[in-house]
Design a protein around this ligand. Structure first.
Ligand code: PNS
Length: 159
């Protein structure tokens, strides 16, 4: 069985993430969505809220697993006996950051390979940060995030 780890902050998960995950199933049997628990970085949603929203968005598909990790991604990959990290690529702006991360991860453990999937054009400019900013200012982001996320954004940002 082929397993990949799809790591990220997911603050919150967007339809862009969901689309990459669905495409990922064409290449992998099992995908572990790994939410980074980083106490140094302030997030809008707690790790528990983020994992709950991801579980809801993935609708109980057994090919997906949702987990959290702390510390180095390559150490987590080793612990989970997975040697592929899956990342989505959107516009060119992602490339530099992704290249740096993939190279750093390769430097730390060259048995872990990073595989990229291109985002669908509809999600090229969708990011968790822009979704939060638009929602905070009262914009309608309901087509960019799963329904549960849109509700939680409303509740948290515009109670
Ligand atoms: O959704 P994001 O914020 O772009 O995801 C970034 C993430 C979580 C994949 C990255 O920050 C990460 O892997 N952090 C764990 C720490 C680590 O392994 N750092 C070294 C590689 S750059």
């Amino acid at each position: 069985m082929s397993t990949a780890i799809y790591p990220g902050s997911f603050d919150p998960i967007t339809n862009g993430h969901v689309s990459i995950l669905q495409s990922g199933l064409r290449a992998f049997d099992h995908i572990i969505v790994a939410v980074l628990h980083n106490p140094q970085k302030s997030a809008l949603f707690t790790v528990a809220e983020r994992t709950e929203m991801i579980r809801e968005a993935l609708g109980g598909d057994p090919r997906f697993e949702v987990d959290t990790f702390e510390g180095l991604l390559v150490d987590y990959a080793k612990k989970r006996q997975a040697n592929v990290v899956l990342r989505g690529l959107r516009a060119v702006a992602d490339f530099e950051y992704e290249l740096q991360m993939a190279n750093m991860n390769r430097h730390l453990n060259d048995e872990v390979e990073t595989v990229f999937i291109m985002a669908k054009d509809a999600y090229f400019y969708v990011s968790s940060n822009l979704v939060k900013e638009a929602a905070r200012l009262g914009g309608d982001v309901s087509r960019l995030v799963p329904p549960g996320v849109a509700e939680r954004l409303r509740a948290k940002l515009r109670p």
